[in-house]
Design a protein around this ligand. Sequence first.
Ligand code: C2E
Ligand code: MG
Ligand code: MG
Length: 745
Amino acid sequence: MGSPEDIQALLRSIGLDRQEVQTRLDFLQWSAADGARLQQAVDRLGNAHEDFVEHLYNHLGSFPTPAGLLQQPGVLPRLKASQKAYYQRLWRGPHDADYVRERLRVGWVHERVGLELKWYLGAYRLYLDQMLTTLFDGHAQHELFASLLKAVFFDMSLAVDAYSATQRQALESSDARYARALRGANDGIWDWHIDRDQLYLSERWASMLGLARDELGEGSAGWFARVHPEDLPGLRLAVQQHLGGSTPSLQHQYRIRHREGHYLWVLLRGVLSSDERGGQRLAGSQSDISQHKAAEQNLQHAARHDPLTGLANRTRLQELLGQAQERRQRPGARHAALLFIDLDRFKLINDSLGHSSGDLVLVEVAQRLKRCLRPGDHLARFGGDEFVVLLDDLAQLEDAERVAQRMLDELHLPLHLDERQLSVSASIGIAGLGEADIGDDVLRAADLAMYRAKEAGKARFARYSAELQERAARRLQLESALAQALERGEFDLHFQPICRLERGHNRVVGVEALLRWQHEGSWVSPEEFIPILEESGDILTVGEWALFHAAWQCMCWQRMQPGLYCAVNLSSQQLKVSDFARRVARILNETGLPASCLILEITESQLMEDSAQTLACLRELASLGVRLALDDFGTGYSSLSYLKRFPLHILKVDKSFIGGASHDEDLATISRAIIKLGQGLNMAVVAEGVEQSSHLDFLRAEGCDYAQGYLLSQPQPAWQLDPLLLQQPAYLHHGRAATPADYCI
Ligand code: C2E
Ligand code: MG
Ligand code: MG
């Protein structure tokens, strides 16, 4: 008992260094003479010490507490022997560091065996009393001094008790405060002597895990064995970093196993100090943060998922994409692809059935798409009616096409919503991660491919290609150039004559105004720039500009050729402008062109969009006296019901029929049927795309009266057309003045 380390710790705790020992001796006025005096006298004492030791233990034996301690076998003779040795050393010295250490050791042992200080001090009084008798026997004042010793020692024991009780109280109240605070914080406490691997864990630390303290063992192994295997390396690293001095304190969150098998999230805090032996000691608290962690995880989940479908949202998709890109860098990585899915005409469902039905459709679509995936693939809702799928671990990129087809088939199945049966389709764009020219922007590539699928007719998939990228870049460039084209005067109108086929010659009865745009020195096809104008909405101003200039130009030509008409193409957006008919009337008014000389050309797809509004607008235009032509007939739905329902005056047979009619019997039959259909409905029929004389022969043979095409004239600027109109029989009068009736369709 009382190892050198224990005694060293005691010395440090009392602060008994060489200086302190000297101070104590000085205060006792101890000198070398005192030592020498005691040393010389001890031999003269005879058996005084032996007698005293007997007397002391007899006396102690009459008090129950010390008597109890002395009862154990072998204890009394050992104590008597060491007591005697002690008195010898007390008198003989030397009173050096060794001596001090030995006294501390004896005190340490006595405290540990439970011998209170009052017995200890009382024994000194008895000893001094005995020495008094031995040294000064018979001296007159002996009895008086002995009484004083008793009184002084009584006081001494009281003073020692008062000191220690006060210290104990202070310690207890700070302990109680500490314990209360800990109970309040509900934290567990740990204290780890690292060199000895001795771990103290508080009751609360263990009860958090549903365990009793002693179930965790003495060392750290029991603790670390319960740490979640994924979190163990992190925990060890955090401890190492703190021990190595790279962190001012240890603070680490990890999972630890509860008795019932589930894991708790805990926050470990601690700080390094040295223990009483100078070893490393890491101690601190551990709190259960499972609830906090669960709330945090819920929030995290909410921030990364779409509340309607429960699918990953855009933020989460970006994370997944980042991880997939990283995986692709590794050697031996397989293919990965992104599918961008956009529902076709979803707006129609939302607008006609309401948003809550739209939501139900989206949820059902999400489930159907999910069914087409393998574990490890990811489905995200990108926004509105857009979904994105990340396919990982593909043997070849073509496998993504198979998945896309499966999705199209799955979506194609009828969807039941209350009593209704809906049909949903989607357009899907596919791009491979790491495809040569797209770099990191695979989402944009898949989106581009999706647009390609839409353009190609929807309800299909399309793969990304470099050409798509070039087209998108060009479109972007055109878009920004078009925004300023009108202001810069870059638009122009070309006019293509429309002729009445007569025996011997073809008479120009009208012109079609065709918009032209010159950008950076070259002409851009209207097929390319008109859809861009429509998307940006600029078609409204550009269309109005074209209408005004065409009417104005036609009005100029009316002087040479009264009754010449002008056909102007319309965009569907113009028909949606509520006061469009009034705008047309204003233009006619401003230019002076008679309404009967204006023909507005619309296509079938325009008639399909929002037909009630379109119908109202067309009726209003017709009531102005303006005539309406159905352009490109035969290329769209060729719906006969439209021909009856809308106030149409002219049917333009698309150039694709006329071009093939002279050598393709089927096309000839269709062209023939369209011509008869138009005429049967009392409409003038104009054949477009007449390029060869054989086309003209065919049209003449079929009784088609009007034609337009390169054979008759290319579209050209107004000034180039002037001479052609000047040669017209109408201008030459031919004996009589031409009347507008000569030029009417
Ligand atoms: P569209 O209304 O069907 O116009 C006829 C198109 O056929 C013109 O193409 C014309 O140049 C072309 N064409 C004429 N004769 C022949 C021929 O013999 N063979 C062939 N292969 N083609 C011939 P363009 O000028 O490229 O215009 C294309 C389309 O752009 C027009 O088709 C029309 O839908 C639209 N567009 C043109 N100008 C305007 C406009 O001012 N407003 C609107 N909204 N659309 C316009
Ligand atoms: Mg046209
Ligand atoms: Mg046409």
